[in-house]
Write a protein of this length. Structure first.
Lengths: 207, 282
């Protein structure tokens, strides 16, 4: 029996004892003997790991979704998912062991992802907020400034803020239409400087 | 009879109280300062006028409209600061203070008032004027930085020589008469900008507006090169300009023009988003 012949039958004998010519080859071949010893060790370790950190179905689903999203796997045609393939007849323990190691590795990845998710989510939310509510923020700032002014001054500042905000909008639109136009860029800068000036004056009045 | 006397007394007391409460009060402050002193007047309501004094004294005369306002003053080194301090019950009418300020001509002066007017004249130290609706006038000033910030108040500068002038106004009109220097920059959102003068002999002039019109009235012997652009408004040139050898833009009829006059000593940039620009010969 050659080593190749022996290793073709290897999955069937991991959890059991070799017999006949397989047993003879195992005794005679140091290479195959070491391989079987290693696989049995992995199998035993995997069983322990699986018992200690059995991932929930949600983890499996997340892993599957992540892999699908990355394009690394395709959606399986049958239930069970790619990471939980349908049991094959021979279902070797050493494959389970390897799968277990993979699962643990992915579990760690998932855990890391989960811990990173709130931060990432917060960043995305903040970015979304900034993008969606930039004018609202500006309007809030305006209202905050105006609220600190006396009623007698408020109208003057309100009108002037409307004017400079219109300037900013107009300059922004011009720049959007002509992104390479230096004039438009200068107008925008001037507009913001005007607004800064109005804020500065208003803040002086509230001291 | 007794009742009538009591009513009379009470009336007299009340009238006296009202008179005292509304009577204006005049105060004078004097400080001796060194060369290049700094003087700041913060007046919430009312005018501030600054003129040169003889010698090294800062003399401030303040007329307080009522007892609803008082003046906080301080002098630290050569820095003098006076501020109208509003008291409970103050309003734009009863908290008005009229300041007349004499400063050494080389003093750096900063004056602020919401409704002004603000005036400064015959000085050659740096000047800062800030106001909301205040009319602002600066004239006969030389070798100065002149900075003006205004919301709606009109700004007029006259006879400013060798000035570093920066004016920012939201909706007030800005008029410059014989204003020249290394830098003259005016930005206005809605107000009109008018320049009457010759653009000096080697400065940079930038007049910018959003919707306000820009008008420059120039003598025939002026020496400058000019670029005028309105992104959406009209431009009009009545001044005999020579074409520039090298323009950094392609003039668009009715929207922009460029050219030189005389030896092109000064650089002039007139630009507006949607206002009109007009260059006229005086």
């Amino acid at each position: 029996m050659t080593c190749t012949d022996f290793q073709n039958k290897l999955p069937d004998m991991i959890d059991g004892e070799a017999a006949g010519e397989h047993a003879a080859h195992l005794k005679a071949c140091a290479l195959c003997s070491d391989l079987v010893a290693d696989l049995r060790a992995i199998s035993t370790g995997a069983k322990v790991l699986c018992a200690a950190d059995e991932p929930s179905p949600r983890v499996w689903a997340n892993i599957q979704r992540a892999l699908e999203a990355e394009g690394l796997v395709r959606t399986p045609r049958q239930a069970g998912g790619v990471l939980v393939p349908p049991r094959r007849r021979w279902a070797p323990a050493w494959l389970v062991a390897i799968a277990a190691l993979v699962v643990v590795g992915f579990g760690l990845l998932i855990q890391q992802n989960r811990s990173a998710q709130p931060m990432q989510g917060a960043k995305e939310a903040a970015a979304t907020t900034r993008g969606a509510t930039e004018p609202a923020t500006s309007a809030d700032d305006d209202q905050q400034i105006l609220a600190q002014l006396s009623p007698a001054m408020r109208t003057t500042y309100e009108n002037n803020l409307k004017d400079v905000n219109a300037f900013i909008r107009d300059a922004n639109d011009s720049l959007a239409r002509n992104p390479n136009n230096d004039e438009a860029r200068h107008f925008l800068m001037d507009a913001y400087q005007q607004k800064a000036m109005v804020y500065e004056l208003a803040m002086d009045r509230t001291q | 009879m007794v009742t009538r006397q009591r009513v009379g007394k009470v009336t007299v007391i009340l009238v006296t109280c009202v008179v005292v409460a509304t009577a204006s009060e005049r105060k004078e402050f004097k400080y001796t300062v060194g060369p290049g002193a700094s003087v700041t007047i913060n007046n919430q309501f009312g005018p501030v006028s600054v003129k040169p004094s003889n010698g090294n004294q800062v003399i401030v005369t303040a007329i307080l409209q009522s007892n609803k306002v008082e003046i906080d003053d301080s002098k630290i080194g050569d820095r003098v600061e006076l501020k109208s301090h509003l008291l409970p019950g103050a309003s734009p009418d009863n908290a008005r203070v009229e300041y007349e300020v004499l400063v050494p001509a080389d003093a750096s002066v900063s004056i602020h008032s919401t409704n002004g007017p603000l005036r400064a004249e015959q000085l050659h130290g740096d000047l800062t004027l800030e106001g909301d609706t205040a009319t602002m006038e600066v004239h006969d000033v030389s070798d100065s930085h002149v900075h003006v910030n205004s919301l709606t108040g009109p700004v007029t500068l006259t006879n400013i020589h060798n000035g570093h002038v920066e004016i920012s106004s939201v909706s007030g009109e800005v008029v410059l008469n014989s204003v020249s220097g290394p830098l003259v920059a005016v930005t206005s959102t809605r107000g009109k900008i008018q320049y009457v003068g010759d653009f000096g002999t080697g400065g940079e002039y930038k007049l910018t507006s959003h919707t306000g019109d820009i008008e420059a009235i120039i003598p025939a012997d002026a020496s400058f090169d000019v670029i005028a652009k309105s992104m959406r408004g009209d431009v009009q040139n009545d001044f005999p300009l020579q074409p520039k050898h090298h323009l950094t833009f392609v003039p668009e009829k009715g929207r922009s023009f460029g050219g030189t006059a005389g030896k092109a000593a000064s650089s002039v940039l007139l630009r507006t988003l949607s206002g009109k620009i007009r260059l006229k010969k005086r």
